[in-house]
Design a protein around this ligand. Structure first.
Ligand code: ATP
Length: 548
């Protein structure tokens, strides 16, 4: 057969093979090939690829049947002999046998070819092949491919057909390159664990169920987070108490090449680098505008107080109006943005305003209403809200905000919400195309269970990226996490037992297929401390890794 025709056929083989390899890379991770049988089978596949292709493939049918056979071998290596796999195997085999029969016999052809040329090694072929073997190894870093390509090298040298070597080797290079999902990334980012398992989808849907089947297979490699490649810098860590959520967060921040602000509710972050600030010794005025207009801020503060004291809509609106009046008393007007920079009132000023209004009314019903509101505000008349600590330093540093000395829950809540507002107000100051600051919110349900906190965190999650801010939410419950999870590039699930939680997280991690969700559900339920399920964003694989 003339060389041009052979070349054309081989090009077709490479293209078909490459397409099947793209498909295969989701299914067969090369490190899986561990046992001797697997190694032998894989070498057979490589032998066919490198030697038989140039010898045998002189028909279009054969070119298509060849990758199909390879697919079959690889599927069999998954060791899952379900009916559809056996069917596929025999189809592959039947096609392979047909093309061998069509070409009369493998032996006849090879022996004819070798007897014509003689069993003498050709030095030129040997040298050229060696270059390609080294190239394959450098590209794939796979010892299995190295063994296979050496076999190829020896055999092709006997053929003494130099012109065939580049194409045979190219076909060699294409497959491992595509099979090895990522060609050695230049920077892996922040590596926090060892991959242990990977979720694989079978090649074909089940004949009877019409569903893909999924299973966990052992896998290896490092689990790394490369913030520079993520669509946002947000992450969510969910898991039952004691499974190691804070430990994961500590691992990430302590390796992080950026600043962070940790909201440490229970004083658990004492063992990581950074400046600790005892928040009970600071102060912040929750009535500060934080870059908003007086009307917007009045409404926000009123909504916050509504969440804390379970106020009705009428009382919420009354507080909002009172706040607006308090701003005006200080010369801060909605229509005059310059005035928004003036010093804002605090809760004490609000009480004085209520007192003043009470003295102006004769109507006892109005006075009662004002007294009702005043009783709530008096709860908030605390030094911690009446002056302004300089929080500026938290923005360019590694900071742990320790809330453990604040025992009154609503005071703690207002402080957290105010500091989050302060952080949010700083977003606009500087754009950034890399992560500058990570905000870590442990015990997130404390914030997210309240409407005002949830709205604020949702906005921080949605808008942080362009300003170089990322947020990490740590929670025992996935409830209220919808928006947060949708805006999280990384979602880590630690072990949990509660069925509704398991259901939610297996959907988030497993994706849309019911079978994948079920398989992930069973895995998360069994995860022991230190093991984490997630979707690896660089490869889109669902994996389980062990924190190191
Ligand atoms: N990978 C791990 N290997 C060994 N011990 C661990 C690991 N992860 C966590 N622990 C230990 O388990 C305990 C609980 O961990 P951690 O506080 O991180 O859990 P948590 O999920 O944040 O719990 P909670 O929700 O109650 O705050 C700690 O004593 C911690 O040292």
């Amino acid at each position: 057969m003339r060389y041009t025709k052979r070349y054309l056929i081989l090009v077709l083989v490479i293209i078909t093979q490459s397409i099947s390899a793209i498909f295969l890379r989701d299914i067969v991770p090369i490190p899986l090939f561990g046992t001797l049988t697997e190694l032998l089978l894989f070498s057979l596949f490589l032998f066919m690829d490198g030697v038989l292709a140039p010898l045998l493939l002189d028909s279009v049918i054969a070119s298509i049947a060849f990758p199909l056979t390879i697919v079959t071998i690889l599927i069999l290596l998954q060791r899952d002999l379900s009916p559809e796999y056996i069917l596929l195997y025999y189809t592959g085999l039947a096609v392979a046998i047909s093309f061998l029969v069509l070409l009369r016999s493998l032996w006849e052809i090879t022996s004819r070819s070798w007897s014509r040329r003689g069993l003498k090694v050709d030095i030129r072929s040997l040298l050229l092949s060696t270059i390609f073997v080294v190239g394959t190894f450098l590209l794939s870093k796979s010892p299995f491919l190295l063994i296979g390509s050496i076999v190829d090298l020896v055999l092709i040298s006997f053929l003494r057909n130099v012109s065939m070597i580049p194409l045979s080797a190219l076909s060699w290079l294409a497959t491992p390159y595509l099979l090895l999902q990522e060609p050695q990334p230049s920077s892996k980012g922040l590596c926090i664990g060892e991959i242990k398992m990977k979720l694989l989808r079978n090649l074909v849907p089940g004949i009877f169920q019409g569903n893909y089947r999924y299973k966990w297979i052992p896998s290896e490699g490092e689990y790394c987070v490369d913030y520079s490649k993520l669509k946002n810098y947000n992450s969510t860590i969910v898991g039952s108490s004691g499974y190691g959520k804070s430990t994961v967060a500590k691992k990430i921040v302590s390796k992080l090449n950026a600043n962070y602000i940790i909201f440490d509710i229970h004083g658990e972050y004492s063992d990581i680098p950074g400046e600790r600030i005892d928040v009970s010794k600071t102060s912040i005025n929750p009535l500060s505008l934080f870059g908003k207009s007086p009307k917007q801020r009045s409404l926000e503060v009123a909504t916050m107080l509504k969440s804390i004291f379970n106020l009705g809509s009428l009382q919420t609106m009354e507080i909002s109006n009172l706040l607006l009046e308090a701003y005006e008393e200080k010369g801060i007007y909605e229509e005059d943005p310059d005035s928004w920079l003036l010093r804002t009132p605090n809760f004490r000023d609000l009480i004085i305003l209520i007192e003043k209004k009470k003295s102006l009314y004769n109507n006892s019903q109005m006075i009662n209403r004002l007294e009702g509101l005043e009783s709530y505000i008096r709860f908030l008349d605390s030094n911690i809200f009446n002056s302004d600590y300089n929080f500026n330093k938290i923005f360019n540093n590694k900071i742990i905000l320790d809330f453990s000395n604040i025992s009154v829950s609503y005071i703690k809540y207002i402080l957290i919400e105010s500091i989050l507002n302060l952080i949010f107000s700083r977003f606009n100051e500087e754009k950034s195309d890399k992560l500058r600051n990570l905000i870590v919110i442990d015990e997130a349900p404390f914030i997210l269970s309240r409407e005002s906190g949830r709205m604020l965190v949702d906005r921080i999650f949605a808008e942080g990226r362009k300003f170089g801010y990322g947020t990490m939410i740590i929670s025992q419950y996935s409830k209220e996490l919808d928006k947060v999870i949708n805006n999280s590039a990384i979602v880590l699930s630690l072990g949990m037992r509660e069925p509704s939680e398991l259901e939610y997280m297996s959907k988030v991690i497993g994706g849309e297929h019911g079978e994948a969700q079920r398989t992930v559900y069973e895995m998360i339920m069994r995860l022991e401390r230190g093991l984490i399920a997630t979707r690896d964003l660089t490869t889109s694989d669902v994996i389980v890794f062990r924190l190191n």
